[in-house]
Design a protein around this ligand. Structure first.
Ligand code: SF4
Length: 252
């Protein structure tokens, strides 16, 4: 749990669950796993259990203690809809988000199937104005079906985190999608992202009037590779759809 996050598209992270298991090719070099496993076996460390899934009921209070409004990426170190997270705990997380409304929460999952089932059973959490729901997309086989599921979810902002982008996504239909983030993989074993894969998504965003955020090229030296695409940065946010992000300005 971090009061500030280095992730370009959020302000802070909140991890009422930590740990996860791999589900699709985008998980291969999971940054959360790499980070968590570094601390396995160190008594008293929050990641003493490495990347094994762990619920943290004590962390449910954190958003109430953050007085200034912020954008919060929920479970940057896990997946809220992981099969080992009880329905009742997901409910507790949503209850916090629906109660502490000064923050904007970004819930991102690769478990779109469970998201849909859980969502259908909990209409009291539909259309919460400060809760954005997103799915991760890395390829056509696993990622694109998640987009179809997301379209039936009721949320003020539905977003795609297309990172790591592993192939050309083809004719991605963004109808009903409010925000798209694209990024390449980083780290020593990073799989390369071709510029035309990223520009093709950017072009579709522009054609369908969807804000586009280019997070990074990635690679071994992520900082050196930067985050400019076609000569500029792309830091667009879905302002006006759901609560306006805190301290963020949409670029033209
Ligand atoms: S779903 Fe996310 S957190 Fe879980 S293993 Fe895959 S990349 Fe890591």
């Amino acid at each position: 749990m971090a009061e500030k996050s280095e992730i370009e598209w959020t302000d802070a992270t909140w991890n009422p669950v930590t740990g996860c298991t791999k589900i699709s090719p985008g998980c291969l070099h999971c940054y959360a796993e790499t980070f968590a496993e570094r601390w396995r076996g160190i008594p008293g460390h929050p990641y003493e259990q490495g990347f094994d899934l762990r619920l943290w009921p004590s962390r449910l209070a954190a958003p109430a203690n953050w007085k200034a409004p912020r954008m919060i990426f929920v479970n940057s170190m896990s997946d809220l809809f992981h099969e080992a997270v009880p329905d009742s705990f997901i409910e507790s997380v949503f209850r916090v988000m629906s109660t502490i409304r000064r923050h904007t929460y970004q819930v991102l999952t690769k478990r779109a199937g469970r998201l849909a089932i859980w969502h259908a059973a909990h209409p009291q959490f539909w259309d919460l104005p400060n809760v954005w729901i997103g799915v991760s997309v890395e390829d056509r086989r696993f990622g694109v079906p998640r987009v179809r599921v997301l379209k039936d979810i009721r949320a003020p902002v539905k977003f795609l985190s297309i990172e790591p982008l592993l192939e050309d996504l083809g004719e991605l239909d963004l109808d009903g999608i409010d925000w798209v983030i694209v990024g390449g993989e980083s780290g020593v074993r990073a799989r390369p992202m071709k510029s035309e894969w990223a520009t093709s998504i950017r072009d579709r965003c522009q054609a369908q009037d969807v804000p586009f955020f280019f997070k990074q090229w990635g690679g071994i030296r992520k900082a050196a590779m930067g985050r400019r695409l076609d000569g500029r940065t792309w830091d667009e946010f879905p302002i006006g759809r759901g609560r306006a992000p805190i301290g963020r300005v949409a670029t033209p």
